[in-house]
Design a protein around this ligand. Structure first.
Ligand SMILES: Cc1cc2nc3c(=O)[nH]c(=O)nc-3n(C[C@H](O)[C@H](O)[C@H](O)COP(=O)(O)O)c2cc1C
Length: 373
């Protein structure tokens, strides 16, 4: 049994959200001790040149990033990145600060190596998060995920997203428009092409107007619960609107095929399920979208990635970048380091010099439409 497994048995005795705050606070405190962050970063960084990824004009030291939701307020992206992540996606940030749903709202389902959350976009708001990033600009690659303020109607959604983009775009290596959280009523309806197009256009304009020294890449994050045809529609829209990529997927509202007991699942209640039970659907959507759009979009795969084998599978099925959240909780702080190391070994075994050469290898090229960007 690994040291982290012993620690996790202890942490599991306490409710999930307070433990998240205590552990993240302790991590930031430790990394603030002079010399510590640099030493940890040097030990855990994805150092192999073969792991470096170039996508939409950004250079990532490694493909495995920390998914949105862990550092919603950009409190410590550098402390997290030092643990070996190639990038950190902060957020979801909304234009107005909000408290989120009543607690408890984060739960573990250990038998499934899963989490259920109904956080509801608790965050400090775009202005405050922007000021924080102004005060201590991160040294690592940081993406910003933006969402809709709960009290804002669908008709005003585009303006709301654009306001966040205007405040946060300059801090972001790339921006992710989140229309897929199950915990803001009506949010996922914004995935319909006719609702999504004006949001993406408004965010693109806001980014171009507010950041003039570079083009900020723009991606959309989708839900695993979309019907296949709706996924195709979003993918087509992303191409036609000139998006840079798709993050797939967010958490699921499905509770199918869980090992946890029905009473445990019922006790936890509503929310988005993440972790191992998402793995299959997330991979299936990735393959589907890659077959459809090829390399015209950068695909960022997230959902149930816990091992180097999972990561390799996603890359060979079309992902250029990867993200994880739940396995960081269950596997511990070395998960990104371990996955990068396993990817480095796989590349060396196959004589590949760059990770990009493996992207989509398992998908028959005859099925893939679209050219290299
Ligand atoms: C507690 C928690 C909070 C999350 N908050 C957000 C969020 O604010 N915005 C977002 O786009 N995704 C959020 N997610 C979803 C993750 O970014 C990710 O898409 C999902 O958990 C699947 O990845 P995983 O199986 O590696 O956890 C959250 C996930 C968890 C577990």
């Amino acid at each position: 049994m690994r040291l982290y497994d012993v620690g996790f048995r202890f942490l599991k005795l306490f409710p999930a959200e307070p433990i998240h705050e205590v552990v993240f606070g302790a991590l930031r405190g430790t990394m603030a001790i002079p010399g510590v962050r640099g030493a940890v970063r040097r030990a855990l960084a994805p150092a192999a040149p073969s792991l470096e990824v170039r996508a939409f004009g950004v250079t990532f030291p490694g493909p495995v990033g920390l998914a949105a939701g862990f550092d919603k307020n950009a409190l410590g992206p550098d402390a997290l990145a030092a643990l070996g992540f190639g990038f950190v996606e902060v957020g979801t940030v909304t234009a107005r600060a909000q408290d989120g749903n009543p607690k408890p709202r984060l739960f573990r389902l250990p038998a499934d190596r899963a989490l259920v959350n109904r956080m509801g976009f608790n965050n400090h708001g775009a202005e405050r998060v922007s000021r924080r990033l102004d005060g201590s600009p991160p040294a690592s690659v940081v993406a910003v995920n933006i969402g809709k303020t709960k009290v804002v109607s669908e008709a005003e959604a585009a303006d709301d997203y654009a306001q966040s983009a205007r405040l946060l775009g300059r801090h972001a290596a790339f921006v992710v428009v989140n229309v897929s959280s199950p915990n803001t009523p009506g949010l996922r309806d914004l995935q319909r092409a006719e609702a999504l197009a004006p949001i993406l256009d408004a965010v693109r304009t806001a980014l171009d107007e507010s950041v003039t020294d570079r083009r900020v890449p723009l991606l959309v994050k989708i839900a695993p619960d979309l019907a296949d045809e709706d996924v195709d529609a979003v993918a087509d829209l992303a191409v036609s609107r000139g998006l840079d990529g798709i993050v797939l997927t967010n958490t699921t509202i499905s509770r199918a095929r869980l090992a946890s007991s029905p009473s445990e699942i019922e006790q936890v209640g509503a929310g988005g399920l993440s972790g191992e039970p998402l793995r299959e659907r997330s991979l299936a959507l990735l393959s589907r979208v890659y077959r459809r759009v090829g390399k015209r979009l950068v695909l960022v795969s997230v959902g149930g990635i816990a091992t180097a084998e999972d990561a390799w599978q996603r890359i060979t099925h079309g992902a250029t970048l990867l993200e994880l959240y739940t396995s960081f909780i269950y596997e511990g702080p070395l998960v990104a380091y371990r996955i990068h190391d396993g990817l480095r070994t796989r590349l060396a075994e196959r004589g590949l010099e760059r990770l990009e050469q493996a992207v989509g290898l398992s998908i028959q090229s005859s099925h893939v439409v679209g050219d290299h960007p």
